[in-house]
Design a protein around this ligand. Structure first.
Ligand code: GLN
Length: 239
């Protein structure tokens, strides 16, 4: 992204996949970019509309099984997201949106449903629902502090060789195999629910770094950090 240009955020299908306050991730990215003097333009793409290819960061959220299936069908038919990611755009995909990025995920009866194949992952149904606080140690290569958040999903996700785990689960279920989320290129997927970036500003800054090609300047994160420490203290087993 040229230094004088606007950062373009694209929020995909808020009418289908925004069940858990997912707009929070859009707001956090907007604010953290603006606080660094980066102008931002956000496009909300409803599921009847084409996905623009010229975005810098794409966001897709969580949702229930049927809207998730519909979103996968529409994204596959549309093709705009594939072209944007092939062009080098960054992306945050959360929960249902994360599962959609893979080759397959579990539908409302557990039946396999085709994903859109942007990440080398395959999801299905787990034995039970994973609900609760989640803490996970981030891949050190990413330079993002320990992740904290909330999860609420039935799905379990197997990672293929084309992706790396985003983190190792300390508390919670994540992918279901001791890892949580994944990344490949500039695409991150996670089970951390809803406004995960409000609890993990380091992840927001990773997306901004990828999108702008430069590490954003440090900003005062005292309130974010207090929340993170409070959640860690409340969630981690006592020594
Ligand atoms: N329907 C998916 C599951 O249960 C995703 C749920 C969600 O986005 N919270 O695994």
């Amino acid at each position: 992204m040229p230094s004088d240009s606007v950062l373009r955020l694209v929020w995909i299908y808020p009418d289908l996949l925004s069940t858990y306050g997912d707009q929070g991730n859009v707001l956090v990215l907007e604010q953290r970019a603006r606080r660094r003097g980066i102008p931002v333009e956000t496009v909300h793409v409803r599921s009847a509309d084409p996905v623009p290819e010229s975005g810098d960061i794409y966001l897709i959220g969580g949702g229930e099984d049927r809207p998730q299936i519909l979103a996968a069908q529409r994204l596959r038919r549309d093709g705009g997201l594939h072209r944007a990611i092939a062009r080098g755009a960054a992306m945050l995909a959360v929960c249902a949106g994360y599962q959609i990025m893979g080759s397959v995920f579990g539908g409302e009866e557990g039946q396999p449903v085709d994903g859109i194949g942007l990440l080398d992952i395959a999801s299905g149904r787990g034995a039970g629902r994973a609900v609760g606080e989640l803490v996970a140690e981030t891949d050190p290569a990413l330079g993002v502090p320990t992740l904290t958040g909330f999860e609420n999903h039935m799905g379990v996700t197997r990672l293929g060789p084309g992706v790396r785990p985003l983190s190792r689960t300390v508390v919670g279920t994540g992918n279901g195999d001791g890892t949580e989320g994944c990344y490949a290129g500039k695409v991150v997927g996670t089970y951390l629910h809803g406004p995960a970036l409000a609890r993990n500003p380091g992840l927001a800054d990773l997306l901004l770094t990828w999108a702008t090609g430069a590490q954003p300047a440090p900003i005062d994160d005292v309130w974010f950090e207090r929340l993170r420490q409070e959640r860690l203290a409340a969630t981690l087993p006592r020594a």
